[in-house]
Design a protein around this ligand. Structure first.
Ligand SMILES: *[C@@H]1O[C@H](CO)[C@@H](O)[C@H](O)[C@H]1NC(C)=O
Ligand SMILES: *[C@@H]1O[C@H](CO)[C@@H](O)[C@H](O)[C@H]1NC(C)=O
Length: 264
C-alpha cells in the first residue's frame, strides 16, 4: 500500500472507498436527523414577557429564560432551565457533559434540567471552521476539512497552523460525525503511539486510550500486532472504525477547533 501511495493519483483512487471524487465543497452533516431547535427568537417575541436587565437567575419560565438568553447573549447556543432552582443558564458551547435533555421541537413544557437549543450555529466557530452538529444531545464541533493529502505529522502541523488540532474522536457519536464528513476517504484522527510503542495517546490532552474507547472505536485486530510502522490512526469508512496506519501515508484529515469564546 505504501509504495502504491507514492503515486498520488493511484493513492487517491485506492483510498476513496466510495470511488467518488472529492467535491470542492465540504459536506456538512448539520441538522441531519437530529431533534434540535426549539425556541426561535420569533416565538419568544410573541410572549408577553418584558425584557428584564437583571441576572440570568431567578426567572420564572422558559419564555423569559429564552428572552434573556437571546437578548443578553445572542450567540449563545441555548440555555439550561431549572424551574426548581429557578435558574436559567446560557449555554455557549455544548460539549460532552453539558447535561440536560434536549427538548423536542414545539414542546412548551419546561422540565428541570431541560436543555433548550437554538437552531443555529453561526458565529460560534473560528474563521474557516464550520459548526457541525452531531449526536442527539445538541452537540456540535468546529470542523475544517483538509482536502490535500498529507502525512500524519504534516496534517497535525497544518491543523495547528489553522488554529486547531486533528479531530478528536472519543465517542461513537463523534465517530458517526467523522463518517458523515469523511466522504469515504481515509481520514487522520488525533491519536498516535509515536512517543511510546503501544501507548496510544490523544493529542488533545495527552491521555492514554482507555479500554472502553479502544473497544468502542477501534478495529481491534489492527491494534493487536505491535508494529513500529503503524503508529498513527485513521478513520476507515468501510468498517466504520479507527485503524492504525503508517504515519507517512498521505491522506485527508479533519481539523477541529474549540469554538470561539463568547462573553455574555
Ligand atoms: C433547523 O434548521 C435546519 C436548517 O436551517 C432546518 O432544515 C431544520 O428543519 C431546522 N430544524 C427544526 C427542528 O426546526
Ligand atoms: C512526527 O512527530 C512526532 C511527535 O512530534 C515525532 O516524534 C516524530 O519523529 C515525527 N515524525 C516524523 C517523520 O517527522
Amino acid at each position: 500500500m505504501h509504495r502504491l501511495c507514492l503515486i498520488l493519483i493511484v493513492c487517491l483512487e485506492l483510498l476513496n472507498e466510495h470511488g467518488r471524487v472529492l467535491s470542492s465543497n465540504l459536506a456538512i452533516a448539520s441538522g441531519k436527523g437530529h431533534s434540535f431547535s426549539l425556541l426561535s427568537p420569533d416565538k419568544v417575541s410573541k410572549t408577553t414577557y418584558s425584557l428584564s436587565t437583571s441576572a440570568w437567575t431567578g426567572v420564572a419560565s422558559t419564555a423569559s429564560c429564552a428572552l434573556r438568553t437571546i437578548s443578553k447573549c445572542p450567540l449563545s447556543r441555548g440555555f439550561l432551565y431549572e424551574p426548581v432552582a429557578r435558574q436559567c443558564t446560557p449555554v455557549l458551547w455544548l460539549g460532552q457533559g453539558s447535561g440536560g435533555t434536549v427538548v423536542p421541537p414545539g414542546s412548551a413544557d419546561a422540565q428541570p434540567g431541560n436543555l433548550y437549543v437554538k437552531n443555529q450555529t453561526s458565529g460560534l466557530c473560528p474563521n474557516g471552521f464550520e459548526a457541525v452538529e452531531y449526536g442527539s444531545e445538541g452537540l456540535f464541533a468546529c470542523i475544517l476539512y483538509l482536502r490535500t493529502p498529507r502525512s500524519y505529522n504534516s496534517s497535525t502541523s497544518e491543523c495547528n497552523r489553522l488554529g486547531g488540532y486533528l479531530v478528536s474522536v472519543r465517542t461513537e457519536e463523534k465517530l458517526q460525525m467523522v463518517r458523515d464528513l469523511s466522504q469515504g476517504f481515509f481520514t487522520w484522527v488525533e491519536i498516535d503511539d509515536q512517543a511510546q510503542e503501544g501507548h496510544y495517546r490523544w493529542q488533545e490532552d495527552g491521555e492514554l486510550l482507555t479500554r472502553a474507547e479502544r473497544n468502542a472505536l477501534f478495529y481491534l485486530s489492527s491494534l493487536s500486532h505491535r508494529n513500529n510502522l503503524l503508529d498513527c490512526v485513521f478513520y476507515r469508512y468501510k468498517y466504520h472504525k479507527l485503524f492504525n496506519f503508517d504515519c507517512s501515508h498521505q491522506i485527508m484529515a479533519l481539523c477541529e477547533s474549540r469554538p470561539k469564546s463568547i462573553v455574555c
